[in-house]
Design a binder for this molecule. Structure first.
Ligand SMILES: Cc1ncc(COP(=O)(O)O)c(C=O)c1O
Length: 514
């Protein structure tokens, strides 16, 4: 018997069932026009909102918006894209918090670059899943190239590898899982039970709270994270790290990792990486560098040197969705020694059978904590292919410059007190009236932040430093001007002053409103 030869022309057209209302919503060769129209309509709504936004927020309160969301009957579809978008305007778009707006100065959220949005549109429609080669093909290779590129920028050496993750929290968890397993590599199951509660992680008081969460998820002792106080510059002190490693060892404890931060969330400070790496190398301790925020310096034309020493890390967290201007999610964990990634490997016969390793089939699930996973790498790929790394670095340099100018502005303003100068793009400060006690000053700053957000004219963050309430600018938008910062400072002073006048008899006050 001879088998029929299938050519493009000879391939029989399968008989398909006729369209049904439900099938009309599935993306297929029959519905591409509808797909084009629906996505264009959605893009158009967002573009209009962005063009028309006069502030970063409307100031809507949860109790105002919640009833509108609650009132929607999810079992009664509108059946029509335009109607659904009209509804979406009311429950989401109108009151969204806009990170592209120059007076959004709060958290580590960046405006996003257009090539990355193009990537987002492509990746969600193709819907590749990055767990196995047979669900992604070229996507796997693109992700691997980007991990390699990132590791090269860090300088981790030829054995480096890594994987994209959902964010810095997951990257930190993943790094600490590898560190835990390396620390327990020689332990028998019985030893593990004894050793697990004795593991310690040394982290900075200015480090990210995801380290604490990771320790909990990894089954470590409640006091497993040894927090070392920072110096006055809000950077980890290498001497303190050395001291804590020695103290832990004297107490019979095992330090499984030191976590240094390249870009602390509040202060934008970078720990002395080279000196901490030296301490870790001498002690034989895994060094994880959380560069979720500071990773933008990897492409900075002028500030790359601030990361010197990062190349000595065992693992590095990189959040492209913070300082590479990428949409959420886009992050990676990169390690010096690819063999350590085996600690997250599990083979399933139905997905990534062990034989695929010998067959050299690149299955990213072998390195990831996730199974089904978005092709987030595509956003960074298109960003690099359209703009190039220098352009991304220039954007990050610009926000660092702007934050430095904002710091000068606040420092010169007698209404405010400002803390440590950031190496990146935050400014931590507070309104400081003369007269009222610290509790009232705390309350006035807190109230000013809330009132500012409620006005919709600006959004700033708040944090506590040494037990007192501070405010914070995180500048991640190159479009933010010094005039924007000055305007927001005036609004804060006005709100804080008003609060004080409402709560303190006029005779006790020595400061003017505003
Ligand atoms: C230093 C640092 N590490 C980790 C994280 C967590 O990153 P993600 O929010 O992407 O999980 C943050 C978030 O702000 C951060 O500032």
């Amino acid at each position: 018997m001879t088998l029929p030869v299938h050519t493009a022309e000879a391939t029989p057209t399968p008989l398909r069932p006729g369209p049904t209302p439900a099938r009309a919503h599935l993306l297929s060769d029959d519905t591409v026009e509808q797909y084009r129209r629906a996505v264009a309509a959605g893009t158009d709504r967002v573009a209009r909102r962005i063009a028309e936004a006069t502030g970063p927020f409307t100031g809507v309160r949860p109790d105002e918006l919640a009833p509108q969301v609650e009132a929607i009957d999810l079992d009664r579809p509108l059946g029509d894209t335009t109607a659904a978008l009209d509804e979406l305007e009311d429950v989401y778009l109108r009151d969204a918090v806009w990170f592209h707006h120059p007076r959004y100065l709060a958290h580590l959220n960046c405006p996003v670059v257009i090539p990355a949005l193009l990537g987002e549109a492509v990746l969600s429609a193709v819907n590749s899943s990055m767990d196995t080669w047979d669900q992604s093909a070229g996507g796997t290779l693109i992700e691997r190239r980007l991990v390699e590129w990132t590791a090269d920028r860090i300088g981790l050496g030829p054995a480096a590898d890594g994987v994209f993750t959902s964010g810095g929290t997951q990257s930190n968890l993943h790094a600490l899982l590898l560190a835990r397993e390396e620390a327990l590599a020689a332990a028998t199951p019985a030893d593990r039970r004894i050793l697990l509660p004795q593991l310690r992680i040394i982290a900075s008081a200015a480090g990210h709270f995801s380290v604490q969460k990771a320790a909990k998820l990894l089954g470590l002792a409640p006091d497993a994270v040894v927090v070392v106080e920072t110096g006055p510059d809000r950077r980890m002190r290498p001497g303190a790290v050395r001291h804590e490693i020695a103290r832990c060892r004297r107490a019979g404890l095992t330090v499984m990792a030191v976590v240094a931060t390249a870009g602390t969330t509040d202060f934008g400070t970078i720990d002395p990486l080279d000196e901490i790496a030296e301490v870790c190398a001498t002690a034989g301790v895994w060094l994880h560098v959380d560069a979720a925020y500071g990773c933008g310096l990897l492409v900075s034309p002028t500030r790359r040197h601030l990361l010197d020493g990062i190349e000595r890390a065992d693992s590095v967290t990189v959040d492209y969705h913070k300082s590479f201007f990428q949409p959420v999610s886009s992050s990676a964990l990169v390690v010096r020694d690819r063999r350590t990634l085996r600690h997250a490997t599990w083979h399933a016969d139905y997905l990534n059978p062990a034989r695929t390793v010998a067959q050299r089939i690149p299955n990213q699930v072998d390195k990831s904590l996730q199974t089904t996973r978005r092709f987030d790498a595509l956003k960074l790929w298109l960003t690099l292919r359209v703009m190039g790394p220098d352009a991304v670095g220039e954007l990050f340099d610009e926000v660092c410059d702007r934050a430095a100018q904002a710091w000068e502005l606040v420092a010169a303003d007698p209404r405010f007190e400002v803390l440590t100068r950031s190496q990146l793009s935050t400014v931590v400060f507070r309104w400081r009236p003369s007269g009222p006690g610290p509790d009232l000053t705390d309350a006035a700053n807190l109230r000013a932040r809330e009132a500012l957000a409620a006005s919709g004219l600006g959004v700033v963050a708040g944090t506590k430093v040494d037990g007192r309430q501070y405010l914070k600018f995180t500048v991640l938008n190159p479009a933010t001007t010094v005039a924007d910062v000055a305007y927001v400072l005036d609004l804060i002073a006005e709100h804080a002053g008003r609060y004080l006048h409402e709560h303190v008899p006029a005779a006790d006050l020595t400061c003017p409103v505003g």
